[in-house]
Each structure stands twice: as structure tokens, then as C-alpha cells.
Ligand binder design. Structure first.
Ligand code: AMP
Ligand code: ZN
Length: 493
């Protein structure tokens, strides 16, 4: 922790030197997924970005408590129906079955992308009591009012007393008070359009509801993060994160609730990721401008010419800074695939290099300088694209040493050892990449080659039941096989 880390704080709108509240410990809260449908690539970008941040903090030696919630209640659709209930109604399931199904899918995708699990993953429905308590605290502080069993946060009163509302999103309170942007039902119950529900009285047909002092109802969506971050990280903690699109209203309202209930801002640093676009446009299901992670792995979409492995996708994500928009295109993925392969080849070449000299050598200073810069780039608000550029300077150098265009005596064994150790840390520990080819070259590959051969024979003999059985069993084991021009290949799903 001797390094100086700088992070861009969305609240102050500037880079700040990172200083945790408690020496050596970081409390980090990231808004997690709403588990009512399959996780999409945009979500994956945000969670991968925070995974890099988490990994870098761990690398720096911090003990990190990383809390990422699961939203399984309160996130309403425009017509006021809970997203979970709608999924349950359509598929004839219990709302908790919907939540579990998509949580499982989310976890599986996070594993495929090699993101580390958070330290705590609390669910909104498991924290109704904490949320009710927080509503009461906000009422007691005079920042909420009750109307027909629902409780609304009084943004006007809050803004007047604290001067805080709108500070994160940069919205002006007068505009907020005037506009009517909230599509929730019961608009007429609110004193001001910008007021928001922290507890909602449920209608008879509403499925997910709980007893409270005000009504049988359910918490407002923004409340869960205030209640759960306070419970697990305390009133004030270090980092709060999420996608840019959550700045308003979600995070703005979270801050208001926390100040209302606890008397202070919840987080010292607010970090926001930018959006993942596709072909230069917002990803959108209704416009067909979307691709699921699975379709991307399998190449099963009009938007790509082939499938890309999870690590190619992760590498692609690293090529842009988390605060910049990232445009997913087939060309960019092809380039990422090439880059990732080149990096892995150089890494393997590096393992074979041995220097005969212990004395300082001509290349030492340059290599040490690039390595230092890679870490400075990570210290500079986790600048992964710049750090990657540094790695590629090293790739060129390693390849020249391997091809003997540069004599190996020009680098000392100490610096070569540092290069090996630093590259291992950056590529695998910090960037969280996995050598997929190396993984496949393990004991599973010969077995897979045998299975592929047996399937091939079955197909030649038109023994379709056997070939189908092989494919189905592999699918069940999360293995995909693909027949292409160069033969049959396999990969983990
Ligand atoms: P949700 O499940 O929709 O609440 O989103 C989970 C997380 O993914 C939030 O932090 C969102 O801000 C983030 N997110 C949603 N769409 C995108 C996108 N296209 N690019 C990056 N992050 C996104
Ligand atoms: Zn949240």
C-alpha cells in the first residue's frame, strides 16, 4: 500500500487520491443485477470493470469487503408491476423461482468471465426489516410523509434543509421539482413530482408484499441499497459503484435516503462505469441491436462473423477505460482475439527465456520503466487500456529476444525475473484473464479428441442417435462442440 492510487470521484467530478477510512481496509458496494431476465453484456461490462477494481485493490494489499446486491423486489416496470412478479406471472412460477433462476444464470456468467465473487451478496427480499427500519428513521428525521399507506421521500424539504438533492447527477432541484418524470402509479399522492416512494402500499393482486407500520406493501427500489450498504459496510464506507445509468435517480435517491436516515453521505468515492454500445448504438432488444453472451460465444448472431471465447470478450472489455463508452463490433472483437493470442504467445515465449548475466544490462532500464508505467497506469484510476499498451511494448521486446534480434545478454536475469513475475500478476491476477488454450491442453483435451472422433464415426455411419447423445451429454456438461472448416473444436460453455 505504498503506492498512491487515484480514483475519479463522480461526486466531486475530479480525480482524487484514494484514502480509505480505515487503514488497509476498503468497503466497496456495487449495485448488482435485477434478476428478472438473463444477464446481458452491458451488465457484464460493469461487473467486469468492478472486478478489475476489486482485484487491483486486493493486489495493492487491501483487505476488501466487496458487497454486491441482488435486486429481487421493488424494481417496478412503467405500469407499476414488479419485474419479478411479471416474470413469475408469465412463466407460471413463484417470484422467488424467477429470482433464483436468473441469479443462477448470473453467477454462471460471472464464473465464465472469471470475475471473483463478492464478499457478501445480499438480497433485497432478505432485508425487508432493515428497510422498514430505515423508512422509519427517514420519517423521524422529517424527510418523508405518509399518504394512504405509502411513504414518500420529501425531496423539496430535503433539498431546502440540506442543499444536497441533485449533487451527484448534477441536476438542478428546481427542474427536478417541476418535471414529472416518474412513471410510478399514485403520482397524485406525491407532494412534488421528484418525490419518490420508499414504501409502497400493495394492491390486492400484488404478490410480493410484507407487513409494515404503514401498510401491507413493499419497499421502493432505491431503498435496498441504502439499507444493505449501511448494514454490511456501516453508515460511511469507501467506494460505491454502478453503471452510469444508475446515477439518477437510483444513486441520487440513495444518497438522499442515507443522509435522511443516518445524517451523512454513505460513500466517500462514487465510481461509475460507462455503457457498452454495439455498432456505435445503444444496445436495445426492441431494435434488435443486442447480443447475449451465449450468442457471442457461439457466434450465433447476425452481428458477428464467428464465436469469441469468454477471455477474448474480457480482453476486449479491458481495451477501453471503464469510464469511456465501449463499442462492441465484430472488427473490434477480431482485433481483441488477435491481441489476446499475441499476448499469450509472448507470455509463453517469456517463460523460455533465461539470461546468462547477473550484471546490469542495456535493456534493464527500459523494461523496468515500462513495468513501472503499467502500474502507474493502474494507479491512475485503473487505466487498463494504457496498461495494456505497456504490455504490448513488452510483447514486442520479448518476441525480439526470442527471435534473437536482440541478444539475450542485453537483459539481466533480475529484470527478466521481474518481468516474468509482473506480467503474471498483471495478466492473471489483476486483469483476471485465463489462458484458455493452456487450460484446454490439460488432461481433458485428449479425452475430448476421443469423444469428437467417436461422434465423427457415428455421423459417418449415419448413427444419429449416438451422435445426438454425445452432443446432448456434452451440452449437459457445459461443453460446446462446433463443426467448422478446420474440423471440430470444443470449448466450455
Ligand atoms: P440492471 O440489472 O439492469 O439493474 O443492471 C446491472 C448493472 O449493469 C447496473 O450497474 C447498470 O448500470 C449496468 N448496465 C446496464 N446496462 C449497461 C450497459 N449497456 N453497459 C454497461 N453497464 C450497463
Ligand atoms: Zn443500488
Amino acid at each position: 500500500m505504498t503506492r498512491e492510487l487515484y480514483v475519479y470521484n463522480s461526486l466531486s467530478r475530479q480525480k482524487e487520491k484514494f484514502k480509505p477510512i480505515q487503514d488497509g481496509y476498503v468497503g466497496m458496494y456495487v449495485c448488482g443485477p435485477t434478476v428478472y431476465n438473463d444477464v446481458h453484456l452491458g451488465n457484464c461490462r460493469t461487473f467486469m470493470s468492478f472486478d478489475i477494481i476489486y482485484r487491483y485493490l486486493l493486489y495493492l494489499g487491501y483487505k476488501v469487503r466487496y458487497v454486491r446486491n441482488i435486486t429481487d423486489v421493488g424494481h417496478l416496470l412503467d405500469d407499476g408491476e414488479d419485474r419479478m412478479s411479471k416474470g413469475a406471472r408469465l412463466d407460471n412460477l413463484e417470484p422467488m423461482e424467477v429470482a433464483q433462476k436468473y441469479s443462477n444464470g448470473f453467477h454462471q456468467m460471472m464464473r465464465i468471465f472469471n470475475t471473483l465473487p463478492p464478499s457478501i451478496e445480499p438480497r433485497a427480499t432478505g432485508h425487508i426489516l432493515e428497510q422498514i427500519e430505515m423508512v422509519q428513521q427517514i420519517i423521524d428525521a422529517g424527510y418523508a410523509y405518509i399518504q394512504n399507506g405509502s411513504v414518500y421521500f420529501d425531496t423539496f424539504n430535503f433539498a431546502q434543509k440540506t442543499g444536497e438533492y441533485g449533487t451527484l447527477s448534477g441536476r438542478v432541484i428546481e427542474d427536478l421539482l417541476a418535471e414529472s418524470r416518474d412513471n410510478l402509479k399514485n403520482q397524485d399522492e406525491k407532494r412534488h413530482p421528484s418525490d419518490f416512494a420508499i414504501w409502497m402500499k400493495a394492491s390486492d393482486e400484488h404478490i410480493m408484499k410484507w407487513n409494515s407500520p404503514w401498510s401491507v406493501g413493499f419497499p421502493g427500489w432505491h431503498l435496498e441499497c441504502s439499507a444493505m450498504s449501511t448494514k454490511y459496510l456501516g453508515k460511511r464506507f469507501d467506494i460505491h459503484g454502478g453503471g452510469n445509468d444508475l446515477k439518477f435517480p437510483h444513486h441520487e435517491n440513495e444518497i438522499a435516503q442515507n443522509i435522511g436516515a443516518c445524517g451523512c453521505h454513505p460513500a466517500n468515492y462514487w465510481l461509475h462505469t460507462n455503457m457498452l454500445l454495439m455498432n456505435g448504438k445503444k444496445m436495445s432488444k426492441s431494435d434488435g441491436n443486442t447480443i447475449s453472451p451465449q450468442e457471442l460465444f457461439e457466434g450465433n448472431s447476425v452481428h458477428v462473423t464467428k464465436g469469441y471465447s469468454p477471455m477474448v470478450v474480457r480482453f476486449f472489455m479491458l481495451q477501453s477505460h471503464y469510464r469511456s463508452p465501449n463499442d462492441l463490433t465484430d472488427e473490434a472483437l477480431l482485433a481483441a482475439e488477435k491481441g489476446w493470442k499475441r499476448l499469450m504467445e509472448a507470455y509463453k515465449n517469456l517463460q523460455e527465456l533465461q539470461s546468462p548475466t547477473q550484471q546490469p544490462a542495456p535493456l534493464d532500464e527500459r523494461v523496468a520503466g515500462i513495468l513501472d508505467q503499467v502500474f502507474f497506469d493502474m494507479d491512475d484510476d485503473f487505466n487498463t487500456p494504457r496498461a495494456l499498451a505497456g504490455l504490448f511494448e513488452l510483447v514486442t521486446l520479448i518476441n525480439s529476444l526470442k527471435e534473437k534480434q536482440l541478444p539475450i545478454e542485453e537483459i539481466s536475469s533480475q529484470i527478466l525475473d521481474r518481468l516474468k513475475s509482473n506480467l503474471k500478476s498483471v495478466i492473471f491476477d489483476i486483469f483476471g484473464l485465463i489462458d484458455e488454450a493452456g487450460q484446454q491442453a490439460g488432461p481433458v483435451d485428449p479425452l475430448m479428441q476421443l469423444i469428437i472422433e467417436l461422434r465423427h464415426q457415428a455421423r459417418e455411419q449415419k448413427d444419429w442417435p449416438t451422435s445426438d447423445k454425445i452432443r446432448d451429454s456434452l451440452t449437459q456438461a457445459n461443453i460446446i462442440i462446433k463443426d467448422g472448416k478446420e474440423g471440430t473444436t470444443w470449448s466450455y460453455k
